[in-house]
Design a protein around this ligand. Sequence first.
Ligand SMILES: NC(=O)c1ccc[n+]([C@@H]2O[C@H](COP(=O)([O-])OP(=O)(O)OC[C@H]3O[C@@H](n4cnc5c(N)ncnc54)[C@H](O)[C@@H]3O)[C@@H](O)[C@H]2O)c1
Length: 347
Amino acid sequence: MSAPTTASMTATRLAPEGAPVGIGVVGLGVIGRRMLEQAAQRTDLRVVGAWDIDPAACDRARADFPSVPIADSPDSLFADPAVHVAYVGTPPAHHREYALMAAARGLRLFCEKPLTARLDEAHRLVDELRALGTPNAVNFVFASAPAAEHLARRLRDGAVGRPRAVDIRLFFARWPRDWQAGAVWLRERDQGGFVREVLSHFVYLCLKLFGDCRLCGGAVSWPADPAACERAAVATLDCGGVPVTVSAAAGGWGPDEVVFTLRGERGALRLTDWYQASESDGSAWQAVSVPGGALPDPRTAAYQAQLAALAAFARGAVHGLPDAAEALRVQSVIEGLLALPAAAPAR
Ligand SMILES: NC(=O)c1ccc[n+]([C@@H]2O[C@H](COP(=O)([O-])OP(=O)(O)OC[C@H]3O[C@@H](n4cnc5c(N)ncnc54)[C@H](O)[C@@H]3O)[C@@H](O)[C@H]2O)c1
């Protein structure tokens, strides 16, 4: 074991017993604002400060969330003793910078996925957080989503027998989707694209269900514009011995599709539109009402379950959130796929 360094002795700030955990949010776009909205519904967490590099995003947050103070800088935000956990909700290219800034202040880190934009940077960050002793977690919402928990439970209970195959089907009529249309980085090849943004969640789900996930092969279709993200991707994965096939595309006519299907020896389990669970015993799919998964809507239920796990993480209690090392395993699969030799440019 190596000798402790000054950095590795960094203490982590904990919320006082009985008091809400203080969250400091960097990045006030779609997901940062979702954190503000969802945390406002809880008593165990409180957003005690926020910051964004874009003054207009800060102004919008001031107007919409008047109880959340906007800090002068990320450094002053993380220096605030009321902040116990740093939530990094910027585009991926900036995650490492803020993760390290938070770690240097002795904060726990809750980072958005993907961990970073580049794989080498992700490896470095995992090592750095380990050396600093910074407790960390990454926001893959299937860690807590009641629908994913239900699927994992049914599989564990043997409801469909041994898993035989999984297929993941993603289609987006427009990319980015309308609700993320302002996020220009999502259409760019260096850190965006639906393989990183969406497929990563389902690779994480495979890791959660099967304990392992390896890329076996695939192909990615890139547009002629060298700065633009992928148009389509197919892949085969081996997840703990279960073959997983992926088909993902964006652009074209028809409703969006996000479908994860697990076929077992005796039945099949499915998640549609992220959180709608259904099952089949060989006949037509039957919708399943998931305990805790419907109120007030499945998306909110998933986010609230994730925040309950975040509160546990922030207090040093048992929680089900993946850490940076697990996010790196996801990212290795995703970046491995994106790095495969290019198929002919799509027109
Ligand atoms: N876990 C999930 O379910 C989920 C869902 C959506 C997005 N995300 C992730 O959240 C992150 C942000 O996505 P988004 O959709 O909110 O993007 P967004 O573009 O809507 O918001 C990003 C915000 O970060 C700000 N920003 C950009 N550079 C910055 C910097 N250097 N310092 C501080 N702020 C900076 C921008 O001004 C913007 O307000 C991404 O990593 C994305 O993959 C996760």
